[in-house]
Design a protein around this ligand. Structure first.
Ligand code: UDP
Ligand code: MG
Length: 322
């Protein structure tokens, strides 16, 4: 579908997972924000299979207010998938992705819109400070963003999360990607176009607890690396070659020692060498396996999310999935 590229409407995409505690505050902030920014005429709330009353509460809080849509997944599919679904549904000339918890402050959005109007296609938020997050979280995140930069061929900006504005043509290009395990910030960087950052201070979560367990953070990091780099596989090959060379050298040494009459002592140390290389082999088998698993996910080609229901605040029920 071709659309006239205008700059007169902006959609917000907000993923929600068990955000009951946060919702009343969020909707109040959104209402105040939209009163000041009438260009924001659509808010897509994606309920990522919450097990609390998030969906019902979102409906009752937004009923009768213009421009809210709620999409409810049939179960929890994960934050990155929820954001992707939101991008598929949003109809604005630009779309802003933000977390529900106030950590991606709405008052940065007008600046993003300004930059977009100046002609940028992607305006991403750069975390100047994130004093509210724990030391461990800050340090691992900083380390990871830099590692990702060096490790992959994608020039993803450092210290930027998913909080960003995308122009219509970027959204259309993103929709064409169809990856099973999307790593949104990496994919958007991969898409190219004119990208620019705006700095902001990342505040603490407004209400409720973080919905990202550490194992999810690790998973997100692995997804990011595996979908943008084949380097772990190349490292496995190199390490294998080095080990083989070392083994040949070791063998030569053993034979030489035998000829010169010394027997090489130390079965115990030999056992540990065997253990060590057993471990290394298993590790890289695991690395290879994780790529195979990704291929398997892609090949199955299952839908990335299942919509249980859709609801619009203007009261018109809609059928089917996104
Ligand atoms: N979220 C989601 N699905 C999940 C986990 C989180 O849609 O499986 C949403 C959550 O409701 C919030 C955003 O993703 O709007 C970011 O989550 P959170 O603030 O808990 O992550 P953190 O800021 O701690 O990394
Ligand atoms: Mg958060």
């Amino acid at each position: 579908m071709m659309r006239r590229p205008g700059k007169s409407s902006v959609s917000l995409v907000i993923p929600l997972y068990n955000e009951e505690d946060r919702l009343p505050g969020l909707v109040a902030e959104l209402e105040a924000f939209r009163a000041a920014q009438p260009v924001v005429n659509e808010v897509i709330l994606v309920d990522d299979g919450s097990s609390d009353g998030t969906a019902a509460l979102a409906r009752s809080l937004t009923a009768g207010r213009p421009g809210y849509s709620l999409v409810r997944f049939s179960r929890n599919f994960g934050h990155q998938v929820a954001v992707t679904a939101g991008l598929h549904l949003a109809g604005g000339d630009a779309v802003v992705i933000l977390d529900a918890d106030g950590q991606d402050p709405l008052d940065v959005v007008p600046t993003m819109i300004e930059r977009w109007r100046e002609g940028f296609d992607v305006v991403y938020g750069v975390r100047r400070s994130r004093s509210a997050d724990s030391w461990l979280q800050r340090t691992t995140a900083r380390g990871f963003y830099r590692f990702f930069q060096r490790f992959t061929e994608v020039r993803a900006p450092v210290d930027a999360g998913d909080f960003r504005l995308l122009s219509r043509r970027v959204v259309e290009a993103y929709r064409g990607l169809g990856e099973q395990q999307p790593y949104v910030r990496g994919l958007v960087a991969w898409l190219g176009f004119n990208q620019v950052g705006v700095e902001y201070d990342r505040p603490a979560r407004s209400a409720g607890a973080s919905k990202y367990a550490w194992r999810h953070r690790v998973r997100l990091a692995m997804d990011g690396l595996a979908s943008f780099s084949g380097r772990p596989l190349r490292y496995a090959v190199r390490l294998g070659i080095l080990t083989a060379i070392a083994a040949v050298a070791g063998l030569a040494w053993v034979v030489a020692a035998k000829w010169s009459g010394d027997t090489v002592p130390g079965w115990a140390s030999l056992t540990f060498v065997a253990f060590f290389f057993g471990g290394v082999q298993l590790f890289f088998l695991g690395v290879v396996g994780s790529y195979v698993a990704r291929v398997y996910e892609e090949v199955k080609g299952r839908p990335r999310w299942i919509v249980q229901e859709r609801w619009d605040s203007d009261g018109i029920p809609r059928e089917g999935s996104a």
